[in-house]
Ligand binder design. Sequence first.
Ligand SMILES: *Cc1c(COP(=O)(O)O)cnc(C)c1O
Length: 222
Amino acid sequence: MDIKNNIKEFKNKISGKSCKLVAVSKTKPVSLLAEAYHEGVRIFGENKVQELADKYEKLPKDIEWHMIGHLQRNKVKYIAPFVALIHSVDSLKLLNEVNKQAKKNNRVIDCLLQMHIAAEETKFGLSEEELLELISSEEVGEMKNIRIVGLMGMATFTDNKEQIRREFRGLKKLFDKVSRQNTPQNVIIKELSMGMSGDYEIAIEEGSTLIRVGSAIFGERG
Ligand SMILES: *Cc1c(COP(=O)(O)O)cnc(C)c1O
């Protein structure tokens, strides 16, 4: 894998757009992350708490670490001191725990709410109804150590590009709707995390602000 060239290409693809690249480095060794860092990448995404914490220890401190995978409540404490953005918040209970651990660390942690947009039932995420309830709840409004800054979604794993586009478009529509709503001070809907190696082009066309790209940069995972 020519990481240097891949990153250059992605930089070209998003230049001039209000879209940022999250380099998804899960399962990849620190040496490859260091190579990407050398090419100017400053946002890395991981999906396992232990791996995220280990890599944080070993790499430069100006990296923004994003947690993109399913997060268990009992593990929030390990990433709360440093995580920049959690893409995968999908319950009030988890939000409560993030708020609690952020407070212990004297921080405000930015979170995205993960929406269920795929046809598969196995993927995590909130329904529109659950989202609307969550962002208008008084309890969330009182959480001083979190900020909800946007939405995240994963499209169905399919070759059907029209289906993927439809799912991303639906998420963007919801994003536009909630970003216009009156919400508590700590709910500022501005980021839309959608698009991976197989579907980032569609995601960018449909209004993504954060693409999460792994294999197209670092190669297939073993
Ligand atoms: C692994 C992963 C990605 C990146 O997947 P690629 O297909 O390798 O780009 C993006 N988002 C989430 C939530 C992931 O778990």
